[in-house]
Design a protein around this ligand. Structure first.
Ligand code: 5GP
Length: 217
């Protein structure tokens, strides 16, 4: 995905969607296709699933370590989901900016709303909600992956229904079709490309020097 030559990374791209909507797969594909996107690694008190690696999928921490982060003000946002805690470290946004990248946050709705309420300047936020093809598909996906017990799956389905009602707080929605992840990926790439081309006050102020136009021209 190309950036305009004048583009400076300043986007915090918040992606939410019900558990089982396929957002992790979509985000992995997005980051693979565009090295200027960096996915933030969240802190969670949830136990790692098989194949999940500490520091890669999440920073897996105890409840008391999580509470220490809260007390120290290290989180940009945090929330409880399905009996576990999840939070985004402020340092993740700084790390992305220092690496010259935009940040992707894969977070649930309560956390997204906390970010919505904040002024992130010099960064800006963009909110995308991923929906599954249908609720029936969501149920099937959650049960088939066998990473949660039946009661945890039911809890996630109940949360999904309430999360879908919060779509009104997002800027864009993207449907993740069955067996066609690439379609969702391309739609999000288009949204990000448009956002990167937004004209803002900083661009207006710097357009002449950036193009090498001076008073003698
Ligand atoms: P899971 O247990 O399936 O990995 O994640 C459960 C939910 O927590 C998902 O909706 C996921 O997007 C969300 N989540 C992951 N990391 C964070 C975070 O840092 N903050 C918030 N608020 N939600 C998160």
């Amino acid at each position: 995905m190309a950036k305009t030559p004048l583009y400076k990374p300043d986007l915090v791209i918040v992606i939410s969607g019900p558990s089982g909507s396929g957002k992790s797969t979509v985000i992995d594909a997005l980051c693979k296709a565009d090295e200027t996107l960096r996915e933030s690694v969240s802190v969670t008190t949830r136990k790692p699933r098989r194949n999940e690696v500490d520091g890669v999928d999440y920073h897996f921490r105890s409840k008391s370590e999580f509470e220490r982060h809260i007390a120290q003000g290290s989180f940009l946002e945090w929330a409880e989901y399905g009996g576990n805690f999840y939070g985004t470290l402020k340092s993740e946004i700084v790390a992305a900016r220092e690496a010259g990248k935009d940040t992707i946050l894969e977070i649930e709705v309560q956390g997204a709303l906390q970010i919505r309420a904040q002024d992130l300047s010099p960064a800006r936020s963009l909110f995308i909600f991923i929906i599954p093809p249908s609720f029936a598909v969501l149920k099937k996906r959650l049960r088939r992956r066998k990473t949660e017990t039946e009661s945890e799956v039911n809890k996630r389905l109940a949360i999904a229904k309430s999360e879908i009602l919060e779509i009104k707080h997002y800027d864009y929605w993207v449907r993740n079709p069955q067996n066609a992840v690439q379609e969702a990926v391309e739609q999000i790439q288009t949204i990000i490309a448009a956002e990167r081309s937004r004209i803002d006050a900083e661009l207006i102020e710097t357009i002449n020097p950036l193009l090498g136009i001076d008073k003698t021209d």
